[in-house]
Write a protein that binds this ligand. Structure first.
Ligand code: ATP
Length: 358
């Protein structure tokens, strides 16, 4: 059982604390994605797991063994980086087998391991080429092959797809997932791309400023974001936030400018007179007909047609909002629309900067 346990881990570079007491458990065979904005500390955390960065305090265990003082080579992990770091003068076969050669594994065993990895990754025909004779995607596959040949207990990926174009990124994303399904190895994957996190992870760890904001399955984070940061980070386009308060007489949401709506108040919590934030995802808003009362009134700023869908950008009582329509729609700037969240899809948050979900 190869569980990775990160317990109360901190990291300081000199006087500068960048990781503040992180607790994460990666279960055996699980695919966990660390996601968060640039500088939140995800690479530093991954590098501490790999042993490339010292831990300031706390413990990291791999398969039940505390590895704080274990050298990277002895942790039985393989890491795939954003820059593939292939040796330019070596063939694909030599690149893939190099770590085994260093470990003094007999040649016929290295060949067997390389052939197996090459067949898993569809690299058989490229084994005699050098890196400069490969496309970006093929190079990335070789970098993964190099990790696979070692049959490590844990795979670590640090933004492995960020140098690839959008189409290739999509393809490699599913290849990495398929690879994981085949090998069932414990995997920790770092990205700043929430779409990558949503589509690849069994479990997502959302980080910000060296702390964990929320841990959960992609659907958990999408349906029940713990706070406004997670709510706006997960999902694209981002969740809309509308300021207002609860009208206790009608038990509905009232916008900050005093206009009433028929959107139900949160069932259990009474925020009193305080300001509250309504959160609605762009894909959960429908345009309703003018005779329906209690809707939100939006004024169109501009529209973006993505092909099949239309994203309408609007102003709703001073709040910038977007609505995702599953068809093509040409709307004029200044046009007024009546909008309603689909039943049961809205959220409420405390009004503070990173307000908790109510
Ligand atoms: P990105 O997505 O941009 O790679 P990240 O979330 O991976 O960001 P880290 O690279 O882990 O972030 O950096 C976290 C913080 O630690 C940043 O503020 C960074 O400036 C700082 N940091 C990273 N490495 C060092 C170092 N060797 N010395 C000092 N500060 C560092």
């Amino acid at each position: 059982m190869v569980q990775v346990a990160i317990e109360n881990v901190t990291k300081a570079f000199g006087a500068f604390n960048v990781i503040h007491g992180i607790e994460v458990t990666v279960e055996d065979g699980e695919f966990v994605v660390l996601v968060g904005p640039s500088g939140c500390g995800k690479s530093t955390l991954l590098r501490m797991i790999a042993g490339l960065e010292e831990i300031t305090s706390g413990t990291i265990s791999i398969a039940g063994r505390i590895v704080n003082d274990v050298r990277p080579k002895e942790r039985d992990i393989a890491m795939v980086f954003q820059s593939y770091a292939l040796y330019p003068h070596m063939t694909v076969r030599k690149n893939m087998g190099f770590s085994l050669k260093l470990a003094k594994i007999p040649k016929h065993e290295i060949d067997k391991a390389v052939d197996r990895a090459a067949s898993i990754l569809g690299l058989e025909a490229l084994l005699d080429r050098r890196p400069k004779q490969l496309s970006g995607g093929q190079r990335q596959r070789v970098a993964m092959g190099r990790a696979i040949v070692r049959s490590p207990q844990v795979f670590l990926f640090d933004e492995p797809l960020s140098n690839l174009d959008a189409q290739l990124r999509l393809q490699m994303r599913s290849e990495i997932r398929e690879l994981h399904q085949r090998l069932e190895a414990t995997t920790i994957y770092v990205t700043h791309d929430q779409v990558e996190a949503m589509t690849m992870a069994d479990k997502i760890v959302v980080m910000r400023g060296g702390k964990v904001e929320q841990i959960g399955s992609p659907i958990d984070l999408y349906d029940r974001p713990a706070n406004r940061f997670v709510a706006s980070f997960i999902g694209s386009p981002s969740m809309n936030f509308i300021k207002g308060k609860i009208d206790r007489k009608s038990n509905t949401f009232m916008m900050a400018d005093g206009s009433a709506t028929s959107i139900p108040a949160p069932p259990l919590i009474d925020p009193g007179e305080d300001e509250i934030i309504l959160g609605v995802r762009p894909e959960n808003i429908e345009i309703v007909d003018g005779s329906r009362s209690g809707s939100l009134i939006g004024t169109v700023n501009f529209t973006e047609i993505t092909g099949a869908d239309t994203i309408v950008n609007l102003d709703v009582s001073g709040n910038r909002c977007s609505v995702m329509l599953r068809d093509r729609r040409h709307l004029k700037p200044g046009e007024k629309l009546q909008l309603m969240p689909l039943a049961g899809t809205h959220h409420y948050f405390e009004a503070s900067e990173n307000g908790l979900r109510l």
